[in-house]
Design a protein around this ligand. Structure first.
Ligand SMILES: Nc1nc2c(ncn2[C@@H]2O[C@H](COP(=O)(O)OP(=O)(O)OP(=O)(O)O)[C@@H](O)[C@H]2O)c(=O)[nH]1
Length: 357
């Protein structure tokens, strides 16, 4: 899936748009030499000005409406993230007001063109055109706050992460420096891509791997699932919880070597919190850095994990030890979804093929 707001255009301010439209109209009028007498010429020139201003403004505004997806039509994952970044109510209101401006300007254009066509005095004709310009400027100034809001919204919404929402997804969690990105790199062959994500400075890392012709996605979440949720504010929490619509299994990493800088007690505490928050998820616990960790500490973590009803896997993301076993456990959980997806894609291809026959 692409960023749903990728096509949203830059939104000009009222003054920028007025300037653009008026200049375009002047250019068109000066290049236009209609046939006929003085009155006919004036009528046609002014009509061209009115029509050009109306077209430029409406095209610009309509482009915003056409290229902005309805938030409620988006997948839940994106809806949650949109809500952390913009006020959905305000966003919709601003779009509605832009729509109102398009319609109103269209009506004004019709009315002024009609009057211009019946007017005989060139001075009055010019006056009608000026009156139209004035009304357009007023309308655009009236929605100026909306235009500015939409442009700001566009700038943040364009930064939404690009992830594949259909692929079975493994979310890696654990304190900073426990080895999350090392594990991601070890599990996925391609170089992971960094996607920006609200409220993380580093962005999330997204990688993919294939097993038996089925594709999986792995996401490392620096800055997200690496600190107690109780320390987060509401919007941050929401950005984290959006992961629920994306992930299918959580791989939680412990670092019993404590080189990450967090004592195992603290890691246990965070694990309990994440387990509680993501209770409905299948969890796999990996005890990492077994190549350097103290055996006693490894044992302590193992016992703790077993006490929560889970069986940990001992790994070293660096040396590769235990990774086969970890991968096996992951695939056991997400393979049905991968098969389902492969079947769907196959059926789509088949029906396309049949259509061609
Ligand atoms: N000895 C050893 N070192 C490891 C292992 N896994 C990771 N490391 C090292 O631990 C350090 C932190 O690893 P990262 O993969 O960057 O940790 P992270 O959890 O992604 O860190 P953040 O992105 O800050 O959350 C690096 O120096 C890694 O080389 C391991 O299995 N054994």
């Amino acid at each position: 899936m692409k960023n749903p707001f990728e096509k949203m255009p830059t939104v000009l301010t009222a003054d920028e748009l007025i300037d653009k439209a008026f200049r375009r109209a002047e250019r068109a009028a000066s290049a236009y030499n209609p046939p006929g007498g003085k009155v006919a010429k004036a009528r046609q020139r002014e009509e061209l000005r009115v029509r050009t201003v109306s077209n430029v403004v409406r095209d610009n505004l309509r482009k915003i409406l056409d290229r902005t997806p309805g938030v409620s039509t988006l997948p839940k994952f994106y809806q949650e993230l949109v809500d952390t970044l913009v006020d959905r109510d305000q966003f919709h209101k601003s779009l509605a007001r832009v729509n109102w401006a398009v319609k109103t300007i269209r009506n004004l254009e019709q009315r002024h063109v009609e009057k211009i066509r019946f007017e005989r005095d060139p001075k009055e004709i010019a006056k009608l055109r000026r009156a139209f310009y004035g009304r357009v400027a007023d309308i655009l100034h009236e929605i100026d706050d909306d235009l500015r809001y939409l442009n700001q919204a566009r700038n943040v919404l364009k930064e939404l992460p690009v992830v594949d929402l259909e692929l079975p997804t493994v979310v890696i969690a654990g304190h900073p420096n426990v080895g999350k990105s090392t594990l991601l790199r070890a599990l996925t062959n391609a170089r992971p891509e960094v996607a920006s994500y609200p409220f993380t400075t580093k962005g999330i890392n997204v990688g993919q791997f294939e097993e038996h012709y089925l594709k999986y996605q792995v996401i490392d979440t620096p800055g997200l699932l690496d600190r107690p949720l109780s320390e987060r504010n509401e919007v941050e929490k929401q950005a984290i919880l959006a992961l629920k619509h994306l992930g299918d299994v959580i791989v939680y990493i412990f670092d019993p070597s404590e080189y990450c800088g967090f004592p195992i007690e603290e890691q246990m505490h965070l694990f309990e919190e994440i387990l509680r928050e993501f209770g409905e998820f299948p969890f796999i616990v990996a005890i990492n850095k077994v190549d350097i960790a103290d055996e006693e500490k490894v044992k302590a973590v193992e016992e703790f994990v077993r006490s929560t009803g889970l069986e940990p896997v001992k790994i070293s993301a660096l040396t590769g030890e235990g990774l086969e076993e970890l991968k096996k456990r992951v695939i056991e959980i997400v393979e049905p979804k991968a098969r389902e997806l492969a079947k769907k894609i196959m059926e789509k291809e088949l029906s396309k093929f049949r259509g061609e026959l």
